[in-house]
Design a binder for this molecule. Structure first.
Ligand SMILES: [Mn+2]
Length: 341
C-alpha cells in the first residue's frame, strides 16, 4: 500500500525502453487526461443544471475528491480517504441535517462531481507538474457551473496548492485563507519536493494566490516554519496561546476587499483524542467543538474549501475519524451553501 507511488509506468525510461517512441506514451497520456477532465466537466455540468433548474441557490457546495497521497513525507494513506468520507457523510447512524439546519440531501445544498482519477493518471506516467495542473483545471470546471462551489476531499495537504491556484485564477484575484492545522506546511520544499504536503502554503504565498493567511491550531512548528511565516506575513496562531486567542478566533471576519475566502482544514488540527486517523499524531490540539465554533461564527463568503490528511489506514476499526472528517465536510457545506432569502 505504501508503494502506490511506484506502480505503473512512472519509471518506464529505466526499463531499457529506448525503442518505445516517446510520442506513443505522450499521446496515450493526453487521451487519459482528456477523458478524466471530460468526466468531471460533464458531471459538474449536470449538477449545475440540476441546481439551477431547482432554483433558489446562490451558492451550492459540490464535492470533488482528490485521492492523492504520494506527496506525503511519512504515510500515503490519505489517498484512500475520499470514498471513506463520502460513506460517512451518508452513514445511517446520523441524519442529513447540519447543526444549523441545512438539509444535505437537497442538491441545492450539496452535490458531488466525483474524484480526479489521480492514480489512473499517475499510472500513465504523468508527472506532478502536469497532475497539479489537472487538479487546478478540475476545480475550475466545478466553478464554471455557478452556483457550484468546490468542497475538495483530500488527499494529503499538497492538493491545497493546485486547488487554491484554480480558485484564485477563476475568481481573478487572491483569496483570504483560514487554515486549520497542527503544522504550518510552509517549508520552501521538503526532502527536495516542492509539491510536498509540507509546502503548499509556500507555493500559494509566493504566487500571490492569498492576501491574508491565518493559520490556527499550530503546535508542530520549526524555526523555518516561523521564518517563512514572517517572510510571507502569515498570521500564525499557536495552540500554546489558544486560550488567549480564542475570543479572536471565534469571531473572525475575513474576505473584506478580496473576492472570497478559502478554508483549508487539516484533520490533524484536531487533538488526536478526537481524530486518531491521521498520519502525523500531534497531541495538544483543538477540540471538535473549538473547530465548529470557529467555523460557525466565521463571517465570510466561502468560495471553496478542502478537508485533507485524513488517513483511513490509521483510523479506528469502526471508522471514528471518517465520521469526524465527514462532519467537518457537512458543517463546511452548511457554511458555503446559501439560498436566496
Ligand atoms: Mn497537518
Amino acid at each position: 500500500m505504501r508503494n502506490i507511488a511506484r506502480k505503473g509506468i512512472h519509471y518506464w525510461q529505466k526499463l531499457n525502453a529506448a525503442n518505445v517512441p516517446a510520442e506513443l506514451i505522450e499521446n496515450g497520456q493526453n487521451r487519459v487526461i482528456d477523458a478524466s477532465l471530460t468526466l468531471i466537466r460533464e458531471r459538474a455540468k449536470l449538477k449545475g443544471e440540476l441546481v439551477r433548474a431547482l432554483g433558489g441557490a446562490v451558492a451550492s457546495s459540490s464535492l470533488l475528491g482528490v485521492p492523492l497521497g504520494h506527496n506525503s513525507s511519512f504515510l500515503q494513506g490519505p489517498a484512500f480517504a475520499p470514498p471513506r468520507i463520502r460513506e460517512a457523510i451518508w452513514c445511517g447512524s446520523t441524519n442529513a441535517t447540519t447543526e444549523e439546519g441545512k438539509e444535505l440531501n437537497d442538491p441545492r445544498v450539496l452535490t458531488d462531481v466525483g474524484d480526479v482519477p489521480v492514480q489512473e493518471i499517475r499510472d500513465c506516467g504523468v508527472d506532478d507538474d502536469r497532475l497539479m495542473k489537472i487538479i487546478s483545471e478540475s476545480v475550475k470546471l466545478v466553478m464554471e457551473e455557478a452556483p457550484l462551489r468546490p468542497l475538495v476531499l483530500g488527499g494529503d495537504h499538497s492538493i491545497s496548492f493546485p486547488v487554491v491556484r484554480g480558485v484564485s485564477e477563476k475568481i481573478g484575484g487572491p483569496v483570504d485563507i483560514l487554515h486549520l492545522d497542527a503544522h504550518p506546511d510552509i517549508y520552501h520544499s521538503f526532502e527536495g519536493n516542492k509539491y510536498s504536503h509540507a509546502s503548499p502554503f509556500a507555493r500559494i504565498m509566493e504566487a500571490g494566490y492569498a492576501r491574508r493567511l491565518l493559520q490556527v491550531g499550530l503546535r508542530s512548528i520549526t524555526s523555518e516554519g516561523r521564518e517563512q511565516g514572517k517572510r510571507f506575513g502569515v498570521e500564525q496562531y499557536e495552540m500554546r496561546t489558544f486560550s488567549r486567542d480564542r475570543h479572536i478566533l471565534e469571531n473572525l471576519k475575513l474576505g473584506e476587499g478580496v473576492k472570497g475566502v478559502y478554508i483549508s482544514l487539516d484533520v490533524d488540527c484536531l487533538d488526536p483524542a478526537f481524530a486518531p486517523g491521521v498520519s502525523h499524531i500531534e497531541p495538544g490540539g483543538l477540540s471538535f467543538r473549538d473547530v465548529l465554533n470557529i467555523l460557525h461564527n466565521l463571517q465570510a463568503d466561502v468560495v471553496a474549501a478542502d478537508v485533507v490528511e485524513f488517513n483511513p489506514q490509521r483510523d479506528t476499526v469502526d471508522g471514528m475519524t471518517a465520521m469526524v472528517a465527514a462532519k467537518l465536510v457537512r458543517e463546511l457545506t452548511a457554511k458555503m451553501s446559501k439560498m436566496k432569502n
